[in-house]
Design a protein around this ligand. Structure first.
Ligand code: FE
Length: 247
């Protein structure tokens, strides 16, 4: 467990070592405000029991009030049913994916606790903090969201800013870090236009930390600025298709 932020009744924690074997490394995040817990992108079946037991060491799992799914990938949603069974939490899921996530096996009696996120995003109250769920469509999923916590000034960016294979928990040198992000972003992110729409929203926020769902954390305004600058110029996805696939 790694603490990203802690002040009075507000804590932001994450886990980066609960995935194993051939699973893509994934981070699981927690926001705790006045004992209410939000779990962000909880993960699949092998992560689920470890994550539940880690939460149990710091709080009661019954205090999990909200589950957030940035998009529909299995490394995020596969254990939805288990989470709904052991908590009374509501699961905030992208609206377009509400009919697909039940394919992972969500029991009919739990289905009413899946709350579809509207396209434009929404505000979500957790304890005394109003979290902002922001649209990040096509980055990479067609219905995709980021979360901004205005108290800690952490932007939970989902797959945006994700890195694979980086040895660092926190990025120290942005230029050195690009090689761990670039192949993933070029293939998974839809287009420059989608990036521009997201940057228009997040560039207005005070950001101290960018916390993606895979790999290293980017800390400090300077680092966040460097990431946004790099991302704004990235040719990716359909930008790279001309007459034929460009592999
Ligand atoms: Fe994904």
């Amino acid at each position: 467990m790694i603490t990203l932020f802690e002040q009075s009744n507000h804590k932001n924690l994450f886990f980066n070592d609960l995935t194993s074997g051939e699973m893509v490394q994934a981070n699981q995040h927690l926001i705790i405000d006045n004992e209410q817990i939000m779990v962000l992108d909880p993960g699949g079946h092998k992560v689920y029991p470890k994550f539940i037991s880690e939460i149990g060491k710091i709080a009661s799992v019954a205090k999990v009030a909200a589950l957030f799914f940035s998009h529909q990938d299995p490394d995020i949603v596969a254990a939805t049913n288990g989470w709904l069974m052991v908590t009374d939490a509501k699961a905030y899921i992208p609206g377009l994916w509400t009919r697909f996530i039940p394919h992972f096996g969500v029991d009919d009696y739990l289905i009413d606790r899946l709350i579809p996120l509207p396209d434009k995003g929404m505000e979500l109250q957790l304890g005394d903090t109003t979290l902002k769920i922001l649209p990040a469509h096509f980055l990479h999923s067609p219905d995709n969201y980021s979360v901004y916590d205005p108290y800690s000034r952490i932007l939970y960016s989902g797959d945006i800013g994700a890195s694979l294979g980086s040895p660092e928990v926190v990025v120290t040198n942005f230029d050195e870090h690009i090689k761990y992000m670039e192949p993933f972003h070029k293939r998974y992110m839809a287009s420059k236009k989608a990036i521009g729409a997201w940057l228009n929203i997040v560039s207005k926020l005070e950001i101290e930390v960018i916390a993606p769902q895979h790999g290293s954390i980017m800390k400090g305004k300077d680092m966040a600025g460097k990431f946004f600058d790099w991302f704004s110029k990235l040719e990716c996805g359909v930008d790279l298709i001309t007459e034929q696939y460009n592999f």
